[in-house]
Ligand binder design. Structure first.
Ligand SMILES: Nc1nc2c(ncn2[C@@H]2O[C@H](COP(=O)(O)OP(=O)(O)O)[C@@H](O)[C@H]2O)c(=O)[nH]1
Ligand SMILES: [Mg+2]
Length: 179
């Protein structure tokens, strides 16, 4: 029997959640991107309204299920459903959209009220000309525990996505040892 881990990828609209899962999943990704009809339409043409789902195999004995949440807070009932039973999550924050830092804080606060599981922050879009410096983003997310690892990644690059997942899995293992 393989062990099963459930990981959640969350973050504001446009952070790279759907791309992250598409980049790393071994199975064809189930995604529910729909044409955006509201304020997100100006950000991108499709947006996740329910969830993304993908899966990877680690060695011979583990499956990691990866769920991506919708970005908008009006779908926060989905955040609740998806985070339940998760072993850890990654909060993606896009470096080129400073406004999304507040949304990222809201998502984090929402998750923190529901679960106490390992998490990391993944900064995407660092290659964008308007990207904020990592330190400025960290300051924007000021109330975060200094123990939380930050990684920078491009959701389109497999090695970059794999590396962030590894950091999250390490956090999970550290947590297992500590309890
Ligand atoms: N240049 C660049 N584009 C990225 C990066 N991460 C994601 N993207 C792009 O950002 C766009 C939005 O990504 P998407 O996965 O739909 O975001 P979601 O709303 O969080 O699901 C897509 O066109 C991705 O290819 C990154 O680090 N750099
Ligand atoms: Mg999406």
């Amino acid at each position: 029997m393989r062990d099963l881990m459930k990981i959640v990828v969350t973050g504001p609209v446009g952070a790279g959640k759907t791309t992250f899962i598409r980049t790393i999943s071994e199975i064809e990704v189930v995604d529910t991107d729909r044409r955006a009809t509201d304020e997100t339409a100006s950000l991108k043409s499709g947006t996740t309204v329910a969830m993304d789902f993908g899966r990877i195999t680690l060695g011979d004995d583990m499956w990691v299920q990866i769920y991506g949440t919708p970005g908008q807070s009006r779908f926060d009932f989905m955040w609740d459903l998806l985070i339940k039973g998760a072993h850890g999550y990654i909060l993606l924050v896009p470096a080129h959209m400073p406004k999304s830092i507040r949304e990222a804080r809201n998502i984090r606060a929402y998750m923190q009220q529901r679960v106490d599981i390992p998490m990391i922050v993944g900064i995407t879009h660092m290659d964008h000309p308007d990207a904020w410096e990592l330190e400025d983003i960290q300051m924007g997310l000021a109330d975060f525990d200094p123990q939380i690892p930050y990684v920078t990644l491009n959701a389109n690059h497999k090695s970059s996505v794999a590396e962030s997942l590894l950091v999250l899995l390490q956090q999970y293992q550290l947590n297992q040892v500590a309890v």
